[in-house]
Each structure stands twice: as structure tokens, then as C-alpha cells.
Design a protein around this ligand. Sequence first.
Ligand code: MN
Length: 285
Amino acid sequence: MNEQRHRREIEEVLIAQATSDGDGVQLKRVFGGGDLARFDPFLMLDEFGSDKAADYIGGFPPHPHRGFETVTYMLAGQMEHRDHMGNIGRLGPGDVQWMRAGSGVIHSEMPKQEEGKMHGFQLWVNLPAAEKMKPATYNDIDAASIPAYDLDGVKIKAIAGELVVNEARITGSVTGLSTDPAYLDIGFSAFSQVDVDVPAGYTALVYVYTGSVVIGDSEYQLTEGRIARLSREGLLHLNAVSGTKLLLITGKPIGEPIAQRGPFVMNTMDEIHQAIRDYSEGTLV
Ligand code: MN
């Protein structure tokens, strides 16, 4: 019924880049840094995944954040979060942690295994100025509580947001945020097509972590380890081969200046310098 409707097209494709962060954790930075306005309200996506303990065992010892939200989504392995508020969270396969750093959090993210596979993602979602200095909050979301949908062989885990996919309303665990983020993990068990109704003006990102997908009316195959940033108007059309797994991430742009220095994301460099001072003087949290 949507045949006449304009489809979102690919504006940019980025290849995830090998890098290391924390205490020597080997990971792939899908995007992050540089001109971030085009990804607004998203700031960064990392994929960490290895079956070699040396690649992850160092973890992320205590470090600060201010001004945005971190979302950790595990596919395999065990990770433990501890923060200055006294929260201790164990994340296993399928679990999600949605942490609002707000005015400041100091936490560690450490592996709770000494061998075996570790695989997951961390997404950074920006906060508008009015929410950057609100108190930190922390939300552990158990895998079993995350809404799962099966639309004729297209399996969707809805971590966040509300979207219409192939005329079915999908509602995730996390809703009601001012950036209205949607975060879907979509698996294709057959060669199949999906139409997603993303609100006009919203940023839309597709990251393939297994397989390949064709988007919109193009012939381009978006393959494993690549992210596509799409135009901000029209229906989002995905045409995937069987076995493809991808993350679909959409959100409402904030439209404010972005100033970033490492784990602090504010609107101005003055606010960044204040965050650095607060952290060094012990008053960040
Ligand atoms: Mn962190």
C-alpha cells in the first residue's frame, strides 16, 4: 500500500574501524567523533566482539561520563557494571543497560569471564541542554523482558522506541525520552523485505553485523561491519538476505551545538572545561 511513497536513501556509508578503548579492549568503532551533527541525536556506536580473552579482559576500569546516555546491549558473554551510586549490574546475553549519565556518573564496565566469546554494542545517545545536568539514572533491562516480535520470519527485539514495521506496531522497552530513540535488533530468517515508518525529520541508521541488506531503491549491498546513514524523509525499506542481522537506530535530532571531549558531551567548550575541572576536583558526582 506504500508503493507510491518516497523511500529513504543512503546518504553515507561508514566502515567500522578497529580501535582500542578502556584498558586495551579491542573493538570496532562504527561511528563517533568528527562532525556529529549528521548523526544527531546519536554520538557513537561501538561493536565489541572477540573469543580471545586478551581482546577484552582489561575491560573499562572506573571512568566518568557527563551530558548523554550510554546504552550497552550484550549478545554474548558477561559484563559487570559498578557505579558511584552503588549500582551493580550483571549483563548477560540479550541484556541491556540504559544509563543516563546526566550531570555525572563514574562507573566501571568489566568482563566477568576469563575465556569464551564476548560480543555486544555500546550506543551513545545525546541529551538536550535542558537534561544534561539532571541526576544520573541507571536502568538494567533483562533480556526476557525485551519485547520480541516475529513478522513472517523477521525477528525483532525492540530495545527502545515505537515504530510501525510492516504495518505492525512495535513498542520497545524504553520509550518516552525526548530524543524518541528507537533501537531494534532485526534478524532475517528468510529473504525478506521490511518497511519501517520512521517519523519525518528523524535520523535513521542501519548497521549490519551479519549478512547484507539493500536499502531503499538502490542496488547497493550494505554488508557486515558497515553502517548506512539515511535521508531524513520517507519510508525506510530494507531488503535482506536470509541470516542477516542488523541494528536499526532512529531518533529525533536535538539541533543544538555539540562539544565533546572524550567521555564528556556538552553544548560548549566552557561546559567541557567545567566537566574536566569537576572531575579532577572530585565534584563531578
Ligand atoms: Mn562508560
